[in-house]
Design a binder for this molecule. Structure first.
Ligand code: GLN
Length: 197
């Protein structure tokens, strides 16, 4: 098995370490590939799109030709997880800020995202979050976090904070507004790996 982590910008090593911890815990082996250029995504069985700055990430993914490969990966039914800026990029539609800056989204999920849903009020915070696939709350770290404001009928909502959707999935694509790679609790990465093993 090969798991790719897009390594253009953002919290890359944290995701690699979280995946390694999760793999160790479940006694599985996989090669983790960090991806900066075209040609590697097609070799991967699963992919992580980390947080960072979504405008820069989106631009570089398109310029490097990686965006099309990610689309093909989705079409092939392979698991894809996007966290924070990754969640923004996975969405089909954005808010006014996205439109104003002509930001390119990958559009792999039938979701509408507010890029800085939590950013202006509180830059970052942690909270005990209920996720529908976990039996007990998860300590979630939010950093200038986005939120999903609208979803199509094929999207499964996995968690909300008030009216804002902070975790969702559609088929093989899984998106989180928070950063599971910044805590030692591997349950979110395990949920993702369950789709692979
Ligand atoms: N809100 C940020 C953006 O628009 C994402 C923040 C993050 O990934 N920590 O890119």
């Amino acid at each position: 098995m090969r798991i790719g982590v897009i390594a253009i910008q953002g919290d890359i090593s944290e995701h690699v370490e979280a995946l390694e911890r999760a793999l160790n815990e479940r006694g599985e082996k996989a090669e983790i590939l960090t991806i900066k250029h075209k040609g590697i995504v097609p070799e991967c069985d699963a992919l992580v799109l980390p947080g960072g700055e979504s405008t820069t990430l989106g631009k570089l993914l398109i310029r490097e030709g990686i965006a099309d490969e990610i689309q093909e990966m989705k079409d092939a039914g392979k698991p894809i997880m996007g966290t924070c800026a990754g969640m923004i990029l996975l969405s089909k539609e954005g808010d006014e800020q996205v439109a104003k800056t002509h930001q390119h989204l990958l559009g792999l999920m039938d979701t509408t995202v507010n890029r800085n849903a939590f950013g202006r009020q509180r830059d970052s915070f942690e909270m005990e979050l209920e996720l529908s696939f976990l039996e007990s709350p998860y300590n979630a770290v939010f950093i200038r976090a986005p939120g999903i404001v609208d979803v199509g009928s094929d999207v499964k909502v996995l968690s909300r904070i008030d009216d804002m959707i902070v975790a969702a999935e559609q088929g093989n694509v899984f998106a989180l507004a928070f950063h599971p790679e910044l805590t030692l609790d591997t349950r979110v990465h395990q949920y993702f790996l369950d789709k692979l093993f």
